[in-house]
Design a protein around this ligand. Sequence first.
Ligand code: EPU
Length: 428
Amino acid sequence: MDKLIIEGGQPLYGSIAISGAKNAALPLMASTLLAPGWHTLHNVPDLRDTRTMLTLLEILGARWERNGPTLRINTDQMTGVEAPYELVKTMRASVLVLGPLLSRCGFARVSLPGGCAIGARPINYHLLGFEKLGVSTQLEQGYVEARVQEGGMRGSTVYFDLPSVTGTENLLMASVVARGETIIKNAAREPEVGNLIDMLIAMGADIAGKGTDLLIVRGVECLHAGEATIIPDRIETGTYMIAVAAAGGMVTLTNCNPEDVPALADKLALCGVDIRNSSNSITVSCPEDQGESRCRLRSTDITTLPFPGFPTDLQAQFMALMVQGDSTSIIHETIFENRFMHVPELKRMGADIAIEGSRAIVRGVGRDVLNGAPVMATDLRASASLVIAGLAATGRTEVSRIYHLERGYEDMAGKLQRLGARVNVIRA
Ligand code: EPU
């Protein structure tokens, strides 16, 4: 089993570039199924998940070529309409092909994702939205079969009970060629949705309301190949911001968008961390304090919320920071029901955390109390939280199952090494 070995206690100094966002790259890649031709995507991160999406697109008939971060995808020949269980079970975002396949082929068969390490994660909103557009859906042997009914898809008004990110994306991709107007109410406002809207508009779609929770799609006759640039990964940005706060030092993150991490920047400032922004970079420093190598950390509460609230995808990492706080921090997870899998592992490193329902009560133990340990996580962001704890801890931490990290962080070990961290990947 591949491992990441961390010799902790080393402050981080220097500069690294943030990669393109995984959660923007995946829907934009899926959107290439909407129209034939060569589509071009820039700033695409090379991750396990983006590779899985390429495999899925290949199964559906696409060809692609990659030149560094630029990916060209050709979808002239559609030879399949099915996302098989083997792929969907490794990457839930495979469901993002449902919308484009319905638009392009009128039929799609996608394995139902089932639960995952962070919660049940149903796709009922996606299916209810499709049904509003005139799609019939049924479950056959673990697969969702969706078929556009006679007369084609027609615009409708869809209200989401919760602002689902991939639900909004799937519905956008289904409605761009539906007849008439589709209104999506309580749509997700995440920057990744905005990035998809940019790509769809580049393909000829007519969509208003980007960045708001009310999206209006006026169906067009046909679309053409598009070109877009993947936005910087705000979760990768936030992960490194927290890592500097935890390990100490001063780091500049380039190629990122400070406007995409508003809640985290605010919380880190409350903790006593210094954040300076330019238009596309963030400098994070954790000043020395009274002879200590890192500033005292003021404990702060967080509640995860849809954008622009505090992202659930940074909750685990922020908890790894709060275990070093000076008092108690309450971490309230409101998006997913099972996203505290990192807690037992953090406790093995010396953290003091109690879980009460959807809240974690973190009693800060101060700096220099965490101890390295062999740890293992069951999902991507929980693994990132253990890496942060390992960077801040005294001694050696071994993070197993790093394939989780490789799903969503491009060259994490290399980037941390460039900042002076003592980290190494051991391939078994
Ligand atoms: N929900 C439903 N029914 C649905 C869809 C969602 O009940 O049909 C609920 C979910 O259970 C959850 C809430 O609505 O309670 C919001 O979930 P959402 O649909 O927004 O999540 P998602 O689209 O499946 C994306 C990201 C996740 C990120 C969440 C929340 C992608 C590919 N994935 O998932 O990213 O945590 O939004 O921001 O965009 C990650 O990168 O590690 C990751 C898990």
